[in-house]
Write a protein that binds this ligand. Structure first.
Ligand SMILES: [Zn+2]
Length: 82
């Protein structure tokens, strides 16, 4: 049993007390038991990554890189054209 300070009257009360015996201030209740939080296990879809997808993603990344490179070249060209 430990003594804690009542948040209302700052007198020492037992941490087991439901309310302060001095001022009757109900102690800060512990967070409610998480029985409301019912975690239903969501079935995780099995992600199957065929080997071809990696190749596709690499191609996509390369395409994105090319697009950004072209944009960068265009911006540089516009800057140096002045
Ligand atoms: Zn109190």
């Amino acid at each position: 049993m430990a003594l804690i300070a009542c948040p209302e009257c700052t007198r020492e009360i037992s941490d087991k007390a439901a309310a302060c015996p001095h001022c009757g201030n109900p102690r800060q209740a512990a967070p409610p038991a998480p029985q409301e939080y019912y975690f239903e296990p969501t079935p995780q879809p099995v992600v199957v990554q065929p080997k071809g997808e990696g190749c596709f993603l690499q191609t996509l990344n390369l395409g994105c890189f090319l697009v950004f490179a072209l944009i960068g070249i265009a911006v540089l060209a516009m800057i140096f054209r002045r």
